[in-house]
Design a binder for this molecule. Structure first.
Ligand SMILES: [Zn+2]
Length: 331
């Protein structure tokens, strides 16, 4: 991506760079580049590199949940004097440039930015979701007549047309119920991204009539804890890594005589050749599902649902039209 307007230069280089009349804004840094300020949209590792983040010396703007996620990723509390905490609606100025932050609806703490300088408007959505979701506020479509819209390309191809969320919710809950009742399993296993979809599933299951226990992998547990400081998700229990020591801890937790059915949430990074065969052996292939937008184009050997924290093709196009942007760029 590379664009020139009279005073504006936009390019990608380990992050998105916007240079407005020599004033340099770096968004979502994956390397320690020089700039005047840094904006961070959310805590996923493809939007902020933790080592680069530690080294940045210019003012950094991000939300509190995102900082908490970065602390979690860094395994320590990152203390930097150049960190500025912002939230939905906050507006600040530097060198005549106005920057305003808004919820992006992608995961806890995710922000999008509207940048204004004279007549120029640039909207950077980060990863976003404008659909109503359980446990999270949806992202809004920012308006900017003739703006340049910089957005997420993950599911920008036409074939990514996700079903309505409410339909997906019903399908997922029905599938869990069928695992418990028709297939006679006491455990349903669902893979989902540890930050974003896993919190949505936690809220969905707790708001359902399933009346089951919910056990989550540690990587999901910590994100759920951060999330619940801002929005309630209901109950979830910590279970250590399935294969750290013994599966027994997952299957027969010590001190628990509970005979209730359960849903186990696992991070998508465990959906691989190392773990999947073992998980299938223990729980049964028919009791396993995965939630990801890739469900529409990839073949999974388990049940799959196109539940994603990203916008699909139609919502990216809708955003462009409703925002009034004249140009669409992908970061
Ligand atoms: Zn993301």
């Amino acid at each position: 991506m590379f664009i020139w307007m009279i005073f504006v230069e936009i390019f990608n280089k380990s992050g998105t760079h916007i240079v407005l009349k020599k004033h340099h804004i770096l968004i979502d840094p994956l390397a320690n580049h020089e700039s005047d300020i840094v904006l961070i949209s959310h805590g996923h590792s493809d939007h902020v590199n933790i080592q680069a983040f530690k080294k940045l010396s210019q003012p950094i703007y991000l939300s509190r949940p995102t900082l908490e996620i970065l602390n979690e990723r860094a395994k320590t509390e990152i203390k930097k004097k150049n960190i500025h905490i912002i939230k939905n609606g906050d507006r600040f100025k530097f060198n005549g440039i106005t920057i305003q932050a808004f919820n992006a609806g992608h995961c806890i703490g995710s922000l999008q930015f509207k940048i204004r300088y004279n007549q120029e408007v640039i909207i950077y959505t980060g990863d976003f979701c404008v659909e109503t979701r359980i446990g999270m506020q949806k992202g809004s479509i920012l308006k900017g007549k003739n703006a340049v819209l910089i957005t997420d390309a993950t599911y920008s191809a036409r074939e990514y047309d996700f079903p309505p969320r409410m339909k997906l919710y019903k399908k997922i809950l029905k599938w869990i119920e069928s695992v418990f009742q028709e297939q006679n399993h006491s455990t349903a296993v669902i893979f989902a991204r540890k930050l974003g979809t896993a919190q949505e599933l936690t809220g969905l299951i707790n708001n359902s009539t399933l009346n089951c226990e919910l056990w989550v992998h540690p990587s999901i547990y910590y994100h759920n804890l951060i999330h619940t400081r801002y929005y309630p998700l209901g109950n979830f229990q910590y279970r250590k890594n399935l294969f750290d020591s013994s599966l027994d801890d997952f299957l027969f937790p010590k001190g628990s005589q509970c005979k209730r059915n359960k849903v186990v949430l696992l991070p998508i990074f465990m959906y691989n050749r190392k773990y999947l065969p073992q998980i299938k052996r223990v729980f049964g292939r028919e009791a396993i599902a995965i939630c990801t937008g890739w469900a529409l184009t990839e073949h999974f050997s388990v049940r799959s649902f196109a539940l994603s924290s990203h916008a699909d093709y139609k919502n990216i196009q809708k955003y462009k039209i409703e925002s009034g942007a004249k140009e669409l760029l992908y970061f």
